[in-house]
Design a protein around this ligand. Structure first.
Ligand SMILES: *[C@@H]1O[C@H](CO)[C@@H](O)[C@H](O)[C@H]1NC(C)=O
Ligand SMILES: *[C@@H]1O[C@H](CO)[C@@H](O)[C@H](O)[C@H]1NC(C)=O
Ligand SMILES: *[C@@H]1O[C@H](CO)[C@@H](O)[C@H](O)[C@H]1NC(C)=O
Ligand SMILES: *[C@@H]1O[C@H](CO)[C@@H](O)[C@H](O)[C@H]1NC(C)=O
Ligand SMILES: *[C@@H]1O[C@H](CO)[C@@H](O)[C@H](O)[C@H]1NC(C)=O
Length: 466
């Protein structure tokens, strides 16, 4: 499986003292960088993840103040042109024979020949899709402005003409009519951060070809929302809970933080747990927010912190907190009496190149890349390893308890799509006034339409197969 492949590539082993030393140095360097950056621009929260407001606002009237000096560095790897000469569309419907090795490892399990039932949807390729996306900015009015890349003036179109093709089976595109028929009287929830909202918008746009969803609930900041498809009595909710555990977040609407996050690693966020049993299908996710400066609590007592140089507290590392929080979430899921289907979606890494979000990083590629062409960044890989470890254990525990809990691992397939992000086109016509304008890039969220639509093709198949 692809995940194992990635795991093996991860260079860190716990036994290797030399690497541990390197790691320590790395974190010291990182802490220094964060500190340095913090003191340079105190108005910006010292995070490594998205600086993007979690609120639904229209294009910002001004450029953020921090996108300047470091931006234009020299060597951008050449855009991948070879992809344009993929096999013609006819061949796409013939699934490639699965690699022999994988069949061997599958058949060594006790599973018998129903191979067609058992498909690794996450092992595949991006293939050309001449028919293009199932919706556009014209047909769907639910696209958040920051992800409405076409409307915002993104000039290239090639990124729209790909679809994900697993190697072991055929993956049809989501059939919205079939989906809605299956979901009569059902309730779905997406739980997580702004990528979950990005994901739900993709699904809403795909389904809106059959029926326009009606917004039936939103909180004050439009972070939590629910829609209904009236003819189907089908409801879809998105619940904003970026840590999944109880958190006090001190950020204004522009993502500028005034203090460290206070994170209770042993208490789940009741925003989602209170409603947990009301949903038939749940897609839950977390990750990136754990990289932020935070103070960690257990039993209401401070344990330590991450990236908090001004506090007299023990630096515990975000990985400590991430594992502990994830264990609490997994424990809840495994021991819940949920009768529906629960998916854990792995987090998907950003594609900032030649810098990070705060230092002029960009993502201006226009086509998918080949496997291995762009390695996942070190911190992302750390999050990912913890995630696969904890969720993997929980999936097997859950099946013993009769809980239908599945891992949806979009990390590797998303890693191949650096072309799928808004980049500068998170803002409306960013270069209209000045073609050399320095604008904040978004290389984390996904353009709609875009590669994220394929996530729903896969989920549809997994739901249909139960
Ligand atoms: C959709 O995007 C195109 C540019 O690709 C733009 O001309 C058009 O106004 C947009 N339509 C809407 C409804 O946003
Ligand atoms: C609509 O669906 C909900 C479950 O999501 C169910 O409780 C309710 O009874 C349904 N309403 C009708 C009229 O069938
Ligand atoms: C929190 O409480 C639990 C059970 O009461 C205990 O096992 C654990 O050690 C406590 N943790 C801390 C940091 O006090
Ligand atoms: C930092 O904490 C330690 C132990 O909690 C304490 O002994 C020390 O006085 C503290 N230092 C400052 C500057 O507050
Ligand atoms: C892409 O961005 C890099 C800087 O990150 C720049 O050097 C390069 O010229 C850009 N390419 C295009 C086609 O705009």
């Amino acid at each position: 499986m692809r995940t194992d492949y990635l795991k093996q590539n991860f260079p860190f082993t716990h036994r290797n003292l030399f690497l541990k030393l390197l790691l320590t140095l790395f974190f010291l360097g990182l802490a220094f960088r964060i500190l340095f950056f913090h003191s340079l621009s105190p108005q910006i929260s010292p995070v490594l993840e998205s600086p993007f407001p979690e609120k639904v606002t229209l294009s910002q009237p001004h450029n953020p103040p921090h996108t300047s000096a470091l931006s234009q560095s020299v060597s951008e790897p050449p855009p991948v042109q070879e992809r344009a000469s993929e096999p013609p569309p006819v061949l796409e419907h013939v699934p490639e024979p699965p690699p022999v090795v994988e069949f061997v490892s599958e058949t060594e399990d006790q599973f018998s020949p129903t191979e067609s039932e058992k498909c690794d949807y996450f092992n595949g390729d991006w293939v050309r899709n001449p028919s293009g996306p199932a919706y556009t900015n014209e047909s769907c009015n639910l696209i958040e402005s920051h992800q409405n890349c076409l409307k915002n003036g993104r000039p290239d179109r090639e990124f729209l003409y790909w679809r994900w093709a697993p190697r072991q089976c055929d993956l049809p595109q989501l059939d919205p009519q079939r989906f809605l028929n299956m979901m009569r009287n059902k309730a779905w929830a997406f739980i997580g951060d702004s990528i979950s909202r990005n994901h739900v918008q993709s699904l809403l746009c795909l389904l809106s070809k059959v029926e326009q969803p009606v917004l039936v609930y939103h909180d004050e900041e439009y972070k939590c929302k629910s829609w209904n498809f009236p003819s189907y009595n089908f409801s879809m909710s998105v619940i904003w809970s970026p840590f999944l555990v109880k958190a006090a977040i001190f950020e204004d609407i522009n993502g500028v933080s005034s203090s460290e996050v206070e994170l209770h690693l042993d208490k789940l966020d009741s925003k989602w747990t209170d409603q947990y049993l009301d949903f038939d299908y749940i897609i839950i996710s977390t990750g990136k927010w754990f990289l932020k400066s935070a103070i960690y609590y257990e039993n209401d007592t401070i344990l330590g912190c991450h990236s908090c140089p001004n506090r007299n507290l023990t630096e515990l590392g975000f990985n400590f907190a991430f594992r502990k929080a994830l264990k609490a979430v997994m424990n809840f899921i495994v021991s819940s009496n949920h009768k529906g289907m629960i998916f854990f979606r792995t987090f998907t890494a950003d594609h900032f190149e030649n810098g990070e979000w705060f230092s002029g990083g960009t993502c201006n590629r226009t086509a998918p890349i080949k496997e291995g062409e762009m390695e996942m960044k070190f911190l992302n890989q750390m999050l990912r390893d913890i995630e696969l470890d904890e969720v993997g254990k929980a999936v097997s525990e859950a099946s013993k308890n009769g809980v239908n809990f599945k891992l949806v691992d979009f990390s590797a397939l998303s890693q191949l799509r650096p072309d799928g992000h808004p980049g500068p086109y998170r803002q409306f016509q960013p270069f209209a006034k000045d073609k050399n304008a320095q604008v904040q890039n978004d290389c984390l969220h996904w353009c709609l339409p875009g590669p994220i639509d394929s996530w729903n093709d896969i989920i549809m198949e997994m739901v249909a197969k139960g």
